[in-house]
Design a protein around this ligand. Structure first.
Ligand SMILES: Cc1cc2nc3c(=O)[nH]c(=O)nc-3n(C[C@H](O)[C@H](O)[C@H](O)COP(=O)(O)OP(=O)(O)OC[C@H]3O[C@@H](n4cnc5c(N)ncnc54)[C@H](O)[C@@H]3O)c2cc1C
Ligand SMILES: NC(=O)c1ccc[n+]([C@@H]2O[C@H](COP(=O)([O-])OP(=O)(O)OC[C@H]3O[C@@H](n4cnc5c(N)ncnc54)[C@H](O)[C@@H]3O)[C@@H](O)[C@H]2O)c1
Length: 436
């Protein structure tokens, strides 16, 4: 039976980063994957979504300039856009696996199960031993447990739709719901969002989240709040009937976007003394599970940190440093900026309240008015020393500006420090001096 220094389970961004790092530090490493190598982000998450959104952004940009140099709103050819997306996704799995093999890491395909705290069996036949394990198996969509749940499709299905239906309903109002609604709306589909309460995007400042709702409503998205979906029925014509108290909606296709569940089951983790829930593997401040030789990183970790690709990568680097003796400190995550890729985009970082809050609509500023953007808002939080400690942005360029503000917060910059800098003009960054 082959023995390794570390075995990693799950070859997504977190697991792959850990494997390459540990190999680079001279370890004998194996990594096991039971599906597509590369994981969620490049195969069925961030990257394919961003390619589809690039089409939306191009269309929106022109749509905003109707009568200002452009006459027609371009039609999004879904089939071609999907084919373009596939040029990115198709090579991912083989490319990621080849990268692993080329690096001299053992690539194992199949379903692993723990036999003991230092041994797994893959596909019930091949046994592998190690001193340390890293669990990096991510999450999968969780479906509402209601009659007719078999009719629910997931974000993965949406990103590979061969044909965009005329009428599509998304249940949930988190990141995935807003992003998929934005894409479907731009293709001309009628989009409905059904949400069980009236707090969409609950991690964000409420007025900014509701402003994004308003902007999408203006583009034709139909929001239905305080609707607790109770059943889905397929009708004779193939359409679906969504039922709730005093509510019915007929639609062509339904996407469930009500959250994700950790891939911690199916591993027989009990045999290794590793505790987990549907939120993930329980870890301490060093990402050790209830078995100190078994670590967990990325989306599968049961902590409150946002489940994002750069977070998984950061944790992979941290655990590598722990396992190679470069640190013995607890994990300290840096500031984590997040973006909802809607139209416009909603972004946030850091503190949401503080000694002073500057909250300003900036739609009429040159940066936003020269592209005729429908709405742009900036909310900056400052502490009692006037240092920037947090921000929420709603605009078409919120994804770029949030990274700049993240750097400013990290460097404890005050407003005075920001205006001392020379920024390229005219840009969203050069505008910052007008804010205070
Ligand atoms: C639609 C969508 C859009 C997203 N957009 C963004 C975005 O814009 N920005 C961002 O930062 N994040 C985004 N995310 C989140 C991002 O994809 C995840 O945070 C990231 O992929 C997590 O990396 P990971 O390695 O922890 O897990 P994953 O990428 O999920 O990888 C886990 C791997 O483990 C494998 N696996 C699972 N179970 C087993 C098992 N039993 N045995 C062996 N292997 C197993 C899986 O097949 C997978 O390959 C998005 C997610 C989705 C679903
Ligand atoms: N741009 C990004 O960075 C990005 C994009 C997509 C996904 N992600 C990651 O993936 C994670 C999962 O995304 P998600 O959108 O599935 O989860 P989420 O937790 O962001 O949203 C789930 C939503 O479903 C709602 N919900 C729960 N039960 C419901 C019910 N019975 N009826 C109606 N609504 C219900 C919740 O209130 C919530 O609004 C995110 O939290 C994020 O970490 C990130």
């Amino acid at each position: 039976m082959e023995k390794f220094d570390t075995i990693i389970i799950g070859a997504g961004p977190a697991g792959l980063a850990a494997a390459h790092n540990l190999k680079g530090n001279g370890q004998k490493v194996a990594i096991v994957e039971n599906n597509l190598w590369g994981g969620t982000c490049p195969n069925r998450g961030c990257d394919p979504k961003k390619v589809l959104l690039s089409g939306v952004e191009a269309r929106d940009r022109v749509a905003q300039l109707q009568g200002k140099g452009f006459d027609d709103v371009p039609y999004v050819n879904w089939k071609e856009l999907e084919a373009f997306k596939e040029t990115f996704t198709d090579p991912v799995s083989a490319g990621s696996r080849n990268g692993i093999v080329k690096a001299g890491i053992t690539a194992v395909d199949g379903q692993p199960k723990f036999v003991s705290a230092n041994e797994i069996v893959v596909n019930g036949q091949d046994h592998y031993q190690t001193d340390k394990f890293i669990i990096a198996t991510g999450q999968r969509p969780s479906y509402l447990n209601i009659p007719g749940k078999q009719h629910l499709l997931s974000s993965t299905d949406f990103l590979s739709l061969k044909k965009m239906p005329e009428d599509i309903t998304i249940i949930g109002a988190g990141y995935i719901a807003f992003e998929l609604a934005t894409i479907a709306n731009a293709t001309g589909a009628k989009v409905h969002i059904i949400h069980h309460n009236d707090h969409p995007l609950k991690e964000f400042n409420e007025s900014y989240a509701l402003e994004l709702v308003k902007q999408l409503e203006a583009k034709g998205v139909d929001f239905n709040f305080n609707i607790d979906t109770q059943a889905i029925e397929q009708q004779a014509d193939g359409q679906y009937l969504i039922k709730a108290d005093n509510f019915e909606l007929t639609t062509d296709l339904i996407i469930g976007a009500t959250g994700r569940i950790a891939n911690a089951d199916f591993l027989d983790l009990e045999k290794a003394g590793v505790e987990y829930t549907r939120h993930g593997v329980k870890v301490n401040s060093k990402l050790q599970s209830t078995n100190e030789n078994i670590y967990a990183i990325g989306d599968v970790v049961a902590t409150k940190q946002p489940k994002l690709t750069p977070v998984g990568g950061f944790e992979a680097n941290y655990v590598t440093d722990l396992l190679t003796g470069k640190t013995d400190q607890d994990l300290e995550l840096p500031l984590i900026p997040t973006v909802v890729y809607g139209s416009p985009k909603l972004a946030k970082v850091g503190a949401q309240e503080g000694a002073k809050v500057v909250d300003q609509e900036v739609t009429s500023w040159f940066t936003y008015s020269h592209t005729n953007d429908p709405k742009a808002k900036i909310r900056i939080v400052l502490n009692d020393k006037s240092e920037i400690t947090g921000a929420t942005l709603l605009s078409n360029n919120a994804d770029s500006l949030i990274n700049l503000l993240t750097m400013a917060i990290k460097r404890q910059m005050t407003h005075a420090d920001v205006i001392k800098e020379i920024m390229a003009y005219p840009t969203a960054a050069s505008d910052l001096e007008y804010l205070f």
